[in-house]
Design a protein. Structure first.
Length: 79
């Protein structure tokens, strides 16, 4: 029973974090927005985060997906 309560608490905390801070640091550039080239070691803009250093969290991406489905369904019902 304790495991289930712990899992529920962790899930609720992650949902709260996704709501309050939808963007997290990019894993590739570690939030800098650039990373060194393998050969020349020159800093190159990060392609994964488009040099912003931020990426949308997975939980927020899932929430946005289901919100778009609900929004499209509501729009079709009215029309």
């Amino acid at each position: 029973m304790g495991y289930l309560a712990t899992l529920a608490a962790v899930t609720l905390c992650y949902i709260l974090v996704c709501w309050v801070k939808p963007f997290g640091r990019c894993a590739r550039c570690r939030g800098v927005g650039a990373h060194p080239h393998l050969i020349t070691r020159r800093l190159r803009p990060c392609r994964r985060c488009h040099a912003s250093g931020l990426r949308l969290r997975t939980g927020r991406r899932i929430f946005n997906y289901f919100a778009a489905i609900q929004r499209d369904a509501a729009r079709k019902r009215v029309a």
